[in-house]
Design a protein around this ligand. Structure first.
Ligand code: 9G3
Length: 567
């Protein structure tokens, strides 16, 4: 491709609205242009990168037995009403009506679609397992689309759906996808980490997320430096902390005026935070619940929501708290509360003679003993893990990091196949729901994540596998015939060797060409100056390391191919 023809409108300045580096660089390097909030045009350079990532994804999906399909983007409301999800996703779902006033949505995901396609044709166990996938635009009306392609409202996703006879089959396909994902992100040149993820109320080992470690990542993850444990913070388990044995003292109500926070009450009573019980009131569609954690711990609302198996969970407002307990937040507790679901973190149940709100404004109880003074409805791990908490597998202190979620694998079991009656007849002629898994990769997000993880002060640093072009040939002076003749010849030799190259034939100063080459991030820069003409020394510079090599014309191609295989 000749740079004089390539549509890559580079910018000198960084657009103000771009907050993260991948967004800034894709705008400046002429990769994307915004059409609306969270919606972008992929210009030629971006489209080439996306096609390379998709090719890698297709190869690995096909290698595992996936068969590619293409489903409609516009989906009828009926299939979402069958699973009860039409009303769950609210404003996040792009909805539209056709000319007959029928309801549709723009597909945010395709569990309903694929299952209703498969259910009408799969009748026998002989047709299973089945793995179908597509690579297509998805639509989710994010409240705050931001970070360019990292959180868009229209984005490219590969979504594969597996259908099996039983859980054993699902586990096998899940493992295949897990392996395929590791291969895909490795081939894309990404440093990634699979982490255990929240699988909603389904629970179990139902999901992993593939995270690209980057400070700009929106996901909070924990990992253990000692063992292989890694989890999304939402999911990370915590073992209950035992406390010593104490003789339970008499429950006493204490006047504690104005001490609303754990810090204030522990200061006022002179007890450490780990001797207090933090009580929070939550509103759910099933009514109000109280959640208890030790005073020095935080509540993990995802874990709480999974324990309650509710769709919506949010802190109750003060009016509701007073109506339920008789006290304002800060003075509420589990003792004496009737007809209310109480979820206690397991560590709370090991506490003795603790402090809690007395359900009376400006009063607390001391010597609260779980079991004697209150009995929670549910006892579970609802604690939010934090830096240095003990690893639930080996006890070592966990570390935290930020991650960009580029892939997610999910065991759905029969959640959708039961709701949609997608069944098959097993060997004994018995009708059974198919056992399902779903597996997503954010293809456009992967491109952004690659930049987040591979850039420097001069611009993007592409790995050879997904670079838009593998090399750029830069004649230092386009008015020098000798240089242009040699440049054209090398450009032709590269193309003949199947090396994707750009020939920067623009009548620009060399400095401008070098800046653009670094900004766009071609893995190799081949410069033709006086040295190339007079001494047959062609300069080849590696974008990532800055290493410079000088090769003779005759073995340039071989040397370049050798170099590219290492980038
Ligand atoms: C919706 C809307 C947003 C959504 C969903 C549905 C996320 C939804 C979860 C998944 C699970 C997997 C297949 C590929 C991998 C992920 N956001 N999810 O179901 F209607 Cl508006 O999409 N789907």
């Amino acid at each position: 491709m000749r740079a004089s023809l390539l549509y890559a409108p580079t910018l000198r300045e960084t657009p103000a609205e771009a907050e993260v580096i991948s967004h800034q660089l894709m705008l400046r390097a002429g990769f994307i242009r915004k059409s609306a909030g969270g919606m972008y045009t992929y210009l030629p350079l971006a489209w080439r990168v996306l096609k390379k990532i998709e090719t890698i994804v297709r190869e690995e999906m096909n290698a595992k037995g996936g068969q590619e399909v293409a489903m409609p983007i516009i989906q009828p409301a009926e299939i979402w009403q069958e699973t009860g999800r039409w009303d769950v996703y609210g404003d996040e779902m792009f909805r539209l009506k056709d000319r007959h006033n029928r309801d549709f949505c723009l597909g945010p995901t395709h569990e309903e679609m694929i299952t209703t396609v498969v259910r009408s044709d799969v009748r026998s166990y002989r047709q299973l397992p089945l793995m179908l996938y597509q690579i297509q635009n998805k639509y989710r009306d994010e409240i705050r689309p931001r970070f360019g392609l990292m959180r868009g409202r229209e984005f490219i996703m590969k979504d594969l759906y597996s259908f099996d006879r039983d859980e054993k089959g699902l586990d096998e396909n899940y493992a295949k996808m897990y392996d395929a994902y590791s291969r895909i992100f490795t081939r894309c040149g990404l440093a990634f980490r699979p982490v255990e993820a929240d699988s909603g109320a389904i629970g179990g080992s139902g999901s992993h997320e593939f995270m690209v470690i980057a400070d700009s990542g929106e996901a909070a993850i924990v990992y253990c430096p000692e063992c292989n444990y890694a989890a999304n913070v939402e999911k990370a388990e915590l073992l209950p902390i035992s406390a010593g044995i104490e003789v339970p003292d008499t429950l006493v109500e204490k006047s504690t005026p104005g001490t609303k926070t754990i810090e204030e009450i522990s200061g006022f009573l002179g007890v450490s935070a780990d001797k207090t019980i933090k009580t929070l009131a939550y509103q759910t569609e099933k009514g109000l619940v109280l959640a208890l954690v030790r005073g020095d711990h935080e509540i993990n609302e995802i874990k709480l929501q999974n324990q309650l198996n509710c769709l919506h969970l949010g802190l109750a407002d003060e009016t509701a708290v007073v109506r339920l307990t008789g006290a304002i937040p800060g003075f509420i507790g589990p003792v004496g509360v009737k007809d209310t679901v109480i979820v206690a973190d397991a560590t709370v149940m090991n506490m003795h003679n603790a402090v809690s709100g007395a359900n009376k404004t400006d009063y607390h109880y001391i010597n609260v003993n779980p079991g004697r003074d209150f009995n929670p409805t549910i006892v579970a791990d609802i604690r939010l893990i934090k830096e240095n908490d003990p690893c639930p597998r080996c006890g070592a202190a966990v570390a935290t990091a930020r991650g960009i979620e580029v892939g997610q694998v999910f065991k759905l079991y029969t959640k959708y196949t039961s709701a949609l009656k997608a069944t098959y007849l097993d060997e004994n002629g018995k009708e059974r729901p198919m056992v399902m898994g779903c597996y997503g990769i954010g293809v456009s997000r992967t491109m952004a994540a690659a930049i987040e993880q591979n850039h420097d002060e001069n611009g993007i640093v592409w790995s050879a596998a997904i670079a838009p072009y593998q090399a750029v040939v830069i004649p230092v002076n386009v008015k020098d015939d000798a240089q242009m003749v040699l440049a054209e010849r090398l450009y032709q030799l590269l193309n003949e060797a199947g090396i994707e190259a750009v020939l920067d034939d623009r009548a620009e100063r060399a400095g401008v060409k070098f800046k653009d080459a670094d900004l766009i991030g071609y893995p190799l820069k081949i410069t033709l100056g006086p040295k190339a003409i007079n001494e047959n020394k062609i300069e080849v510079k590696v974008r990532r390391s800055g290493e410079v090599f000088f090769f003779e014309t005759d073995n340039l191609i071989d040397e370049v191919q050798q170099l590219l295989s290492t980038l």
